[in-house]
Design a protein around this ligand. Structure first.
Ligand code: FES
Length: 309
């Protein structure tokens, strides 16, 4: 195991973080208790989580300011200070969106997320100190090339944000936080017999087809089928509640339209995959036709992939 992986592994297992995480979770659960606010912060309107997109502005402006400090002369110090001011103003909304996402994590993800946030708080704190020192005339590089206090704080902030960004990447790419949990689930490409039509009622019923959990039910008498695994964090939707023509996820309350799979209310941001359904001889058949490569097994045999050679 490489050194960086050892660090990440240790963080994921560090139960000493759980007490702090519990207090932070209680605080943010209360602060963000409005479902509408959670819906907005999740990024449902974008179709992707808001937090990774929102951090571009503070990360870009703050790191650019440090770059100007290091590579530019004294003429660029006012520009660096303005960039830091803009970065600090934009960091708040980005951070709140991140805490909203963090509320729906658990275990290792929650621990890593907590340290990710702590690094970013330290980074923002350093840049705030840097801005304040610049405002008081202790801006960039002091005489003789020795780092002034404003630049030193800015360099410390960039380092902390760098570590925070590294942990953010681990959350998304290794732990799958914010990733559509159905991204690798395809379902049958050809019509596949599932069960007798008489067995499908208005209740939420889960069946497994080609290794994919599918939720079957009736809407206005018509049989509809969507993926049963919530795209948000993977809850079985068939354990949730039916609310008119929608299903409400049992874990974090996202609501999905049963006919289209669309997200009606977050925190989910991605729609549920929908399956085509037909009735033949009193039996239900379904299939899925789409072009997304990820839904084909990227390492195993697939009807879409012809072996090379
Ligand atoms: S698992 Fe979070 S809303 Fe479904």
């Amino acid at each position: 195991m490489r050194g960086s992986e050892r660090v990440l592994d240790r963080l994921e297992r560090e139960q000493a973080l759980d007490a702090v995480a519990g207090r932070a979770h209680a605080f943010w659960s209360k602060a963000l208790r409005s479902p509408r606010l959670r819906d907005l912060l999740s990024g449902r309107a974008l179709g992707h989580p808001l937090h990774p997109a929102a951090v571009i502005v503070p990360a870009g402006t703050l790191l650019s300011a440090t770059l100007l400090d290091v590579t530019g002369g004294s003429a660029l110090r006012p520009a660096a200070r303005r960039l830091i001011g803009l970065g600090l103003l934009s960091a708040g909304p980005a951070a709140v969106a991140g805490w909203s996402d963090w509320l729906d994590t658990d275990g290792a993800e929650r621990r890593v997320g907590l340290v990710h946030a702590a690094c970013n708080i330290v980074g923002i704190g350093c840049y705030t100190a840097s801005w304040w020192q610049r405002r008081n005339g202790r801006s960039g590089v002091a005489k003789g090339g020795v780092a002034g206090s404003g630049l030193a704080a800015s360099l410390a902030g960039a380092s902390a944000l760098g570590v925070g960004g590294w942990l953010g990447g681990h959350l998304a790419y290794a732990l799958g936080v914010g990733v559509d949990t159905t991204a690798f689930q395809r379902g049958p490409a050809d019509w596949t017999d599932v069960l007798a039509a008489g067995e499908v009622t208005t209740a939420l019923r889960q069946v497994e087809v080609d290794g994919v959990p599918v939720l079957l039910t009736r809407v206005d008498g018509r049989i509809v089928a969507i993926n049963d695994r919530c795209t948000h964090r993977g809850a079985p939707l068939s354990d949730g509640d039916r609310d008119g023509d929608c299903v409400q996820c049992p874990w974090h309350g996202s609501r999905f339209a049963l006919t289209s799979g669309d997200v009606v209310q977050g925190p989910a941001t991605r729609p549920q995959p929908v399956y085509e359904v037909r009735e033949r001889g009193g039996r239900v058949e379904l299939r899925r036709s789409e072009v997304r490569a990820l839904r084909a097994n990227p390492v195993g045999p697939s009807p879409d992939r012809v072996p090379v050679g």
